[in-house]
Design a protein around this ligand. Structure first.
Ligand SMILES: [Zn+2]
Ligand SMILES: [Zn+2]
Length: 337
């Protein structure tokens, strides 16, 4: 089968021929129908995040059809339409046992530490498959796994509610889902981005205010839109020195910064400002399986709508990554092997 593999940092992925994976007793083999393109893949390519080994097949937002199952898997039929919960958690460590599976201390992740979905086929533990309803396309389903699950978990665990004014900082694939999920809580939502096209989409999806980070003073505008109080929570998807600093400055007293973007460099700030204003900072990544299942149901009901703007063939995976890097993708891009 064909697979797009990361062979070295700083280089394009290589399209190579590899064996179709052999499955174990508790595994499933799926034919990949769609695999979402995530910013994390750029971090792997740049070396700011380290993969499990080289060469490795990237791609962790997988959707596909079950082709084969292991001998111990009697509850999953061949042909089932599925998405992949790519966090292959152990289920035995302390964190798993108390329900914090996103903090599993012995997990591997498809497309991170083990083979992912930029390939024609992939194997994974069968228990990590979630059935995808007929009304959700493979392309839409793929984007729910990492992007959707992560956002859903962050908003749930931050206890977002109708009293909040939330800033969604960065309106890429995750930001789009964040706006829709946060809106369900009744919170007021402001969106910051540097692309007018993305801000227009934010308005269309119901953002209460939008701010252009290139043309406007983001902190000043947020204060102006919140009666000088500032936002109560910021969901930060960019995570640069400038955007993090802006985020901390636009929060009200007791506000909460939730970082979801990956920091590629170290970050400096004035600790006194955080102390004086009782600012909380937390980092989110990953989700719990039941949250992903809940999100699938929200999409099935038409309450949340994933936006897939571009589909690429597997041979064009590097083009997809480059266009993501250049900010040319509104919503999520998907590879169709
Ligand atoms: Zn991801
Ligand atoms: Zn665990």
């Amino acid at each position: 089968m064909k697979a797009a593999r990361l062979v070295r940092f700083g280089k394009p992925l290589e399209l190579v021929e590899v064996d179709i994976p052999k499955i174990g007793n508790h595994d499933a083999l799926i034919k990949i129908k769609a695999c979402g393109v995530c910013h994390t893949d750029l971090h792997f390519q740049d070396g700011t995040m380290k993969p499990g080994y080289f060469p490795i097949t990237l791609g962790h937002e997988m959707a596909g059809q079950v082709i084969d199952v292991g001998g111990e898997v009697d509850w999953l039929k061949k042909g089932t339409k599925v998405i992949v919960d790519y966090q292959y958690v152990c289920g035995r460590c302390h964190n798993c046992r108390i329900g914090l599976e996103e903090q599993c201390t012995a997990s591997t992740m498809g497309g991170f530490d083990v083979e992912g979905g930029y390939a024609e086929y992939a194997k994974m533990p069968a228990r990590n498959l979630i059935e995808l309803p007929r009304s959700i396309s493979y392309e839409e389903g793929a984007t729910l796994t990492c992007g959707g699950g992560t956002v859903y978990h962050a908003i749930k665990s931050a206890g977002v509610n109708y009293e909040d004014t939330i800033v969604v900082y960065g309106f890429g694939g995750l930001g789009i889902l964040a706006l829709q999920v946060a809106k369900l809580t009744g919170a007021r939502i402001l969106v910051v981005d540097i692309s007018e096209e993305k801000l227009a989409l934010a308005k269309k999806l119901g953002a209460h205010g939008v701010i252009n980070g290139l043309k406007q003073d983001v902190v000043k505008e947020t204060k102006a839109m919140t009666d000088r109080k500032g936002a109560s929570k910021v969901l930060e998807f960019v995570a640069s020195q400038k955007t993090l600093e802006n985020s901390l400055r636009m929060l009200n007293t007791g506000g909460r910064l939730i970082v979801l973007g990956v920091l590629s460099k170290s970050f400096q700030t004035n600790f006194n400002h955080l102390m004086t204003n009782k600012i909380q900072v937390e980092f989110q990544g990953g989700y719990r399986r039941w949250e992903l299942e809940e999100l699938v149901q929200l999409v099935k009901a038409g309450i949340v709508k994933p936006i897939v703007s571009k589909c690429y063939q597997l041979k064009d995976v590097n083009k997809a990554l480059d266009e993501l890097r250049q900010g040319k993708i509104v919503g999520r891009a998907v590879i169709i092997p």
